[in-house]
Ligand binder design. Sequence first.
Ligand code: B4P
Length: 188
Amino acid sequence: MLNLVLFGPPGAGKGTQSEKLIEKYGLVHLSTGDILRGEVSAQTELGKKAKALMDAGNLVPDEVVIGMINNKLESNPNAKGFIFDGFPRTSAQAEALDKLLAEKGTEINHMLALQVPDEELIKRLLLRGKDSGRADDANEEVIANRIKTYNEKTAPLITYYTNLGKYTAIEGVGTIDEIFDRLVAAIG
Ligand code: B4P
């Protein structure tokens, strides 16, 4: 199996590059952001609770996203591998993911971290906010909170994966194809 964590701050291009990686490697795409937005549009109980947190640029509780990932792993028993996009975002999520994969006799192979300066992230997200309908892309204060949350809660996972010998930094500025080529070279 090939299991990849695609990592990076909000707007780094995780969703964009995941689309290309799943096509090349035939992996199952698990985006916690997409799953949560699906729950919000279906107006489920979970979606109603998640909406306010997401709109403000805060993280949804660990137990909620870990449960979602567990369900998706269970419902794809024959997958060639998974691409985790936007997950894990906290140490508790990273530890839970390792445990879930170990129970299935597999593990994360690479954590690929897209590196993009804050000014570029803000520019990309505001641009998408013009027509995405996403409240969390629409104003600079919320974007600033998402970047702050990333720095406080998510960036420490770089140390977690470095200690496991799985971390690779990828330059995340350039054309989408240039960045994709860098990811493919790192996967090897
Ligand atoms: P996500 O959906 O994960 O959102 P993201 O960080 O904005 O996405 P991404 O980095 O994928 O950006 P994209 O490729 O689309 O999370 C949203 C919210 O959900 C979180 O704030 C949180 O509330 C909640 N959530 C999700 N996962 C969670 C978890 N595990 N735990 C707790 N809460 C969780 O790219 C952005 C824009 O840049 C696009 O418009 C794209 O076209 C553009 N772009 C991409 N590559 C480019 C390039 N090379 N050059 C120029 N523009 C580029």
